[in-house]
Design a protein around this ligand. Structure first.
Ligand SMILES: C[S@@+](CC[C@H](N)C(=O)[O-])C[C@H]1O[C@@H](n2cnc3c(N)ncnc32)[C@H](O)[C@@H]1O
Length: 247
């Protein structure tokens, strides 16, 4: 996990900076692979100009930067990996705090909205993550999640550090956290990346491979990403978007 979200993040930021500013957001969106997903969340969370948004497990900060571009939100990025924090700061300059979702370093009821994209399944204590999100968002605010869900409870080969909940488990976690589901959408129903976005992602990926394929961190991250790609391709795991509110 550290290879993917720490070392590789700094390498990715360097590549995106070298390629030019139009590469930064596509390079820095690691969980949410398409703008249709982010546009849906931005609408469903009612993000408004000047509103505050907590991005929990923000990675390199691409999704938050896109939300700033679309709605001029005021983001705070929370991310535990040092390399990803540095990458997010250097790419976009938004405020970043190095911390875990399990103990968010912010006060109760302090954000208009929060999202956590592709993070829940990387965290063993998933109830703690949801409980923390509930704590920090104002009572009327909304929480957005992108979760990779296991379609069956049968065991399957997991990429290191991933804990994909089943749908039943996710529903039970949401309930236990005192949250209610406002909307739920499968990412498969949404438009995929545009050709322009896809070509930028591919250019970044190819450049990263050219620069770093001999290094262990690149090889580990590549193996991880291929395994997740395979699980999604054969629908062992699916991407699910949820919007939540306090019950
Ligand atoms: C698949 S990436 C998604 C990054 C970003 N949300 C995006 O969509 O581009 C998962 C992120 O979760 C972060 N993460 C892992 N454990 C975490 C924790 N306990 N608290 C917060 N973030 C965590 C990882 O460091 C990584 O940046």
């Amino acid at each position: 996990m550290a290879a993917e979200f720490d070392t590789l993040a700094e390498w990715t930021a360097q590549v995106a900076t070298d390629l030019g500013s139009s590469f930064k957001i596509p390079a820095a969106c690691r969980g949410s692979g398409s703008l249709a997903v982010l546009d849906w969340l931005i609408d469903e969370l009612h993000l408004s100009h000047g509103g505050s948004l907590l991005d929990c497990g923000a990675g390199m900060g691409g999704p938050a930067a896109y939300a700033v571009r679309q709605r001029s939100v005021r983001p705070l990025l929370v991310e535990p990996e040092r390399g990803a924090c540095r990458a997010a700061r250097s790419l976009f300059g938004h405020p970043v705090v190095r911390a875990s979702a399990l103990a968010l370093p912010v006060g109760d009821d302090s954000f208009d909205a929060a999202w956590s994209l592709g993070v829940l399944c990387t965290v063993p204590d998933q109830l703690a993550l949801l409980t923390e999100l509930r704590r920090v968002v104002r009572p009327t605010g909304r929480i957005g999640l992108l979760v990779f869900v296991a379609r069956s409870s049968e065991p399957f080969p997991h990429p290191d550090g991933n804990h994909f909940p089943t749908e039943a488990r996710l529903l039970s976690l949401v309930e236990k956290a005192g949250l209610g589901i406002e909307d739920w959408r499968g990412t498969e129903e949404m438009a995929g990346p545009t050709p322009e976005w896809q070509s930028r992602v591919e250019k970044v990926t190819a450049e990263l491979a050219d620069r770093h394929r001999g290094q262990r961190a690149w090889q580990l991250a590549e193996r991880q990403s291929q395994l997740i790609g395979q699980l999604l391709a054969d629908s062992t795991v699916t991407g699910e978007l949820l919007t939540l509110r306090r019950r």
